[in-house]
Design a protein around this ligand. Structure first.
Ligand SMILES: [Zn+2]
Ligand SMILES: [Zn+2]
Ligand SMILES: [Zn+2]
Length: 156
């Protein structure tokens, strides 16, 4: 979603945050991690792992091997820089990485737009509901499917 004016800025910002998060946790922001993050951020739509592999094969001289790319994706996920949307089996760049947050996604099944919606009220409700079963929530990722505002306005 995020109608940005210049997507270059979104990519730059995402890479800057990647660098910063790695630096502050003493990890290396290797070339492949940077490249994969950049490819996830190619647009505001979710990216599939094979699209990323394909892209890498196109612009790199030595194409990256799938396990290397999967490891990089895992690293980015672990560091909160990208989120995995299991219902789509795809990845999306986090718009506010570094902050410990639970993720709620609104996924438009018509145009494919995905937006991250943060709601501390929802987080609390989930924690309360889980607590009733004696369960402690560590992380949650909720994927909500429906129609985005634009697609609701113009029903096909
Ligand atoms: Zn953008
Ligand atoms: Zn996020
Ligand atoms: Zn839509």
């Amino acid at each position: 979603m995020d109608p940005c004016h210049e997507h270059e800025h979104c990519i730059d910002e995402a890479l800057r945050q990647g660098e910063e998060i790695c630096r502050s946790s003493g990890q290396r922001f290797t070339d492949i991690r940077r490249k994969v993050l950049q490819l996830v951020w190619r647009s505001h739509k979710p990216a599939k792992a094979y699209d990323i592999l394909e892209q890498l094969a196109e612009d790199e001289t030595g194409a990256a091997k799938p396990p290397t790319v999967y490891r990089a994706l895992e690293f980015l996920q672990d560091n909160g820089l990208v989120h995995r949307l299991s219902s789509l089996n795809a990845f999306i760049g986090c718009t506010h990485p570094g902050k410990q947050h639970q993720c709620y996604f609104l996924i438009c099944r018509i145009c494919g737009d995905v937006s991250e919606c943060c709601s501390s009220a929802l987080t609390r409700s989930l924690q309360n509901a889980a607590a009733q079963s004696g369960f402690t929530v560590e992380s949650s990722c909720v994927e909500i499917s429906g129609r985005c505002s634009r697609c609701s306005e113009n029903p096909a």
